[in-house]
Design a protein around this ligand. Structure first.
Ligand SMILES: Nc1ncnc2c1ncn2[C@@H]1O[C@H](COP(=O)(O)OP(=O)(O)O)[C@@H](O)[C@H]1O
Ligand SMILES: [Mg+2]
Length: 266
């Protein structure tokens, strides 16, 4: 069954329109990956779905009901939670205080205690560090905390905005494994990723957003094989690789005398 349906959504900032007629669906217990270059509008789309940004046109249905204009708190209460880009934790507050903020829509103290226990079970590291400030933890641990905070409301669908950005490989794996575990447990996941290869390997389907429009969509397997997706997002041409290998290729393209870009020869 389709849990989230976005139909011809438009949104932007002031008079500048960023999203144009974006349509997308997320099924129950599905992982859907959203790819796109920097500035394509991925975070804008997640902000519009979460009710943080007003929409300018189109419809968003969640669990069969429109959620346009009902406000971010009501959207979380309906079962849709977001892990924002760059985590947005309260650095000076403790791990536990950050987690409890994720349960702001849950009225029952007993239910909050149960959610907290479940979150600590899922992330034992957070339990060990419950009294520590958020900012004293590593990047990977902070990402776990941001995800744990979103799970405190026991969402039916989780929106993840670049959850592996800047993380060590072991945490990248952990985050993607978590997405799979959530799907198995019945939580749908919409994941925005720069790490396209890894994300498409765990996702069921994917969409490519290009300058605010859906340029492509399909099964993750089909997108992994697609030439234009490979070229743009999977290191299929000279744009791929680390900054160092890219600089080297660039240097090579301009002749061997400038192989080291820091010290061009006279
Ligand atoms: N708060 C904002 N005010 C005005 N423009 C913004 C704001 N946030 C993002 N934008 C613009 O909207 C476009 C899409 O940005 P964003 O959704 O952050 O892209 P992505 O997440 O795909 O990198 C960009 O041109 C960006 O400059
Ligand atoms: Mg973004």
């Amino acid at each position: 069954m389709t849990l989230l349906t976005i139909d011809r959504l438009s949104a932007g900032y002031g008079r500048s329109r960023v999203l144009h007629d974006v349509s997308l669906t997320l099924g129950e217990s599905e992982i859907v990956c959203l790819l796109g270059a920097n500035g394509a509008g991925k975070s804008t789309l997640l902000a519009a779905i979460s009710g943080i940004l007003p929409t300018a046109g189109g419809e968003i249905h969640f669990a069969g009901q429109s959620i346009v204009g009902i406000g971010p708190g009501a959207i979380v209460r309906r079962g849709l939670a977001q892990v924002p880009e760059r985590r947005q934790l309260f650095g000076g507050m403790s791990v536990e205080e950050n987690l409890l903020l994720g349960a702001f829509t849950v009225p029952s103290k007993a239910e909050i205690a149960r959610s907290l226990a479940r979150t600590y079970e899922l992330f034992p590291r957070l339990a060990e560090r419950r009294g520590q400030t958020a900012r004293s933890m590593s990047g990977g641990e902070q990402q776990m905390l941001a995800i744990g905070r979103a799970l405190m409301s026991e969402p039916r669908a989780l929106l993840l905005d670049e959850p592996t950005l800047g993380l060590a490989p072991k945490f990248v794996e952990l985050v993607l494994k978590l997405a799979r575990d959530l799907r198995e447990a019945g939580t749908a996941v919409l994941i925005v990723e720069q790490n396209a290869q890894a994300a498409l390997e765990v996702a069921d389907r994917g969409y490519v957003l290009s300058v605010g429009r859906i340029a492509q969509s399909g099964s993750a397997a089909a997108l992994l094989q697609d030439d234009s997706v490979r070229a743009a997002y999977l290191g299929g041409h000279a744009e791929g690789g680390t900054m160092e290998t890219r600089l080297r290729r660039l240097a090579d393209a301009f002749g061997s005398q400038s192989t080291n870009p820091q010290t061009p020869s006279a």
